[in-house]
Design a protein around this ligand. Structure first.
Ligand SMILES: Cc1cc2nc3c(=O)[nH]c(=O)nc-3n(C[C@H](O)[C@H](O)[C@H](O)COP(=O)(O)O)c2cc1C
Length: 219
């Protein structure tokens, strides 16, 4: 698979088979992502990859934290609003997901349940929790963004499915109750990793992209 094919075929998967990823494949994935470029090559990503019972304990702690405080305790504030054109993109993305799941706009309970599924990592057998030293600010976070894309494209090549999840940064204390993530680091996101369950309705969701000229000007 070439990079462009991986870019076209990758999408967020929100329903996984219980089947674990072989250890060698997991290692190949994270080994490849180590090649990610970064500011002065500081390589600021710090990553905890769970399997088996550890995934269960992590998602159990996350679900309990979500039920106790649905608002979340993320160290990274969510955007306060979405002015245009971002509001339209956000609405269309939500519409695509909820219509794939057969959830009506006014069905608040079903929407809440769909959001809650974030905290069980959509049933993925593996979760990578990704943190960095906030000392490096926006540029360090950019590096981690590049790392996330390295992971997602390599996973695609390896036949794995992923979902990047800011939601998994919502409960840092719950994450730390299971994983030895130092308090000095900021948890930026998690990523669910495994094999797609094609029977899960959410996986029929397809998002679109704006025309190139909305984002890129050739001058
Ligand atoms: C940094 C980041 C955080 C995200 N957080 C979540 C999340 O918490 N839950 C979720 O279901 N999807 C999450 N997504 C997935 C986006 O919703 C998705 O990438 C976007 O709608 C485009 O769809 P696609 O990935 O299928 O192309 C996140 C994506 C990124 C890049």
């Amino acid at each position: 698979m070439d990079v462009q094919q991986a870019l076209v075929e990758r999408r967020s998967v929100r329903g996984f088979l219980a089947k674990p990823v072989p250890v060698d494949t997991l290692h190949a994935l994270f080994e490849a992502a180590q090649r990610t470029p970064s500011w002065c090559n500081i390589q600021p990503w710090r990553v905890w990859v769970t399997s088996g019972e550890t995934t269960q304990r992590l998602t159990g702690a996350m679900l309990a934290a979500c039920d106790a405080n649905p608002k979340g305790e993320s160290q990274i504030p969510f955007p306060p609003s979405y002015p245009e054109p971002y509001g339209t993109h956000r609405r269309e993305c939500g519409k695509a997901l909820f219509s794939a799941m057969g959830i009506a706009r006014e069905d608040i309970e079903a929407r809440k349940a769909a959001f809650r599924a974030n905290y069980r990592a959509f049933g993925a057998p593996h979760v990578a929790m990704i943190a960095y030293d906030p000392h490096f600010g926006v540029y360090g976070a950019l590096d981690v963004g590049c790392y996330l894309q390295s992971l997602m494209l390599t996973a695609q090549e390896l036949g794995l499915a992923t979902c990047p999840q800011a939601a998994l940064a919502s409960y840092p204390a719950a994450a730390r109750s299971v994983l030895p993530i130092p308090e000095s680091l900021t948890i930026l996101c998690g990523i669910a990793i495994g094999y797609e369950d094609p029977k899960v309705a959410a996986n029929a969701c397809r998002t679109t992209r704006a025309p190139l000229s909305d984002n890129v000007q050739f001058v």
